[in-house]
Design a protein around this ligand. Structure first.
Ligand SMILES: [Zn+2]
Length: 297
């Protein structure tokens, strides 16, 4: 890594920090950003500094164990979470962590952003699960991140914030913008009382388009979303260190021959489902179509 290249990365981190702060994704000294310099060194933000007012000289260079190599300041206490990503994802060159308020609200409410409603989110991120709560700056948080990081490029962190990764620091940061934007739209749709989901067939089609845009990750949609979704909900109450790692994505997208409409309250998914007369009519129409299709086909 030449000095000039490292200087450019330092300037990139300053710029991403400024945008994160300007957009209100962090308050006070929250958040942290890192870039992989080479196989064994990471450039990262210092602790106890507002990400909106950093200068290039404040950055810290550490090894993959978090040991400081260069810098007058100390790295953020959340560095362990970043290192966990680099150890598990050789393709990743940058990690961004912030507390964007709407996405963090979903993380606090325990509601993952896993419903297929926006084409661009399905294409770029797939879905965004919630990594189980871990006390910040302890190994609990890296353990929770480890469980999801092979299958996802963006995570909500329960009762904490969000984490995004990418091939460069701007790509990682834009995923943070996408997650917060998606969270705001999801919140409005839920306030309006309904979300019409994209069909599973459409989700597969969108994921197939990734190659056209040079998007290599994240992982494909899990074969049986309904079963995986249920088991993931059950697992979320367990100790994350004993749970298996995700290798495919849970995306809630109904088959186009099945129910297109789901209740606005996720709690209803496990129990009674109330439908309006119009929704019920649509469901019956679908069922009749499927039945007739079956007879003729
Ligand atoms: Zn944080």
């Amino acid at each position: 890594m030449s000095t000039r290249a490292e200087d450019a990365f330092r300037a990139d981190i300053v710029e991403v920090g400024r945008r994160m702060y300007a957009r209100g994704y962090v308050a006070s000294n929250d958040g942290n950003i890192s870039i992989r310099l080479d196989d064994s060194t990471i450039l990262t933000t210092p602790k106890s500094v507002s990400k909106g007012f950093m200068t290039a000289d404040m950055m810290v260079v550490v090894d993959l164990d978090g040991k400081k190599i260069r810098g007058t300041r100390d790295a953020s206490s959340e560095l362990l979470m970043h290192l966990e990503v680099y150890k598990n994802r050789p393709d990743v060159r940058a990690v961004v962590h912030a507390h964007p308020p709407t996405a963090t609200g979903f993380a606090v409410a325990g509601i993952p952003l896993d419903r297929a409603v926006l084409a661009e989110v399905v294409t770029t991120l797939g879905s965004i699960p919630i990594a189980e709560y871990g006390t910040p700056s302890t190994p609990e948080l890296p353990a929770a991140v480890r469980k999801y990081i092979k299958a996802y490029d963006g995570l909500l962190l329960a009762n904490h914030g969000a984490l995004t990764i990418g091939p460069d620091v701007f790509a990682a940061y834009y995923k943070m913008e996408t997650i917060e934007h998606f969270a705001k739209i999801s919140l409005v749709a839920r306030q309006l009382g309904r979300e019409h989901l994209l069909s599973r067939e459409e989700v597969v089609r969108l994921q197939d388009l990734r190659g056209n845009y040079g998007i290599k990750s994240p992982a494909p949609i899990c074969a049986d979303a309904s079963t995986s979704s249920a088991s993931s909900r059950a697992e979320s109450r367990d100790d994350p260190s004993t749970s298996s790692e995700a290798n495919c994505q849970i995306v809630q997208a109904p088959s186009s021959h099945g129910a297109r409409l789901i209740p606005s309250d996720p709690a209803d998914l496990d129990g009674e489902i109330r439908l309006s007369y119009r929704e019920l009519t649509a469901l019956i129409e679908d069922a009749v179509k499927a039945l007739l299709g079956g007879q003729h086909g």
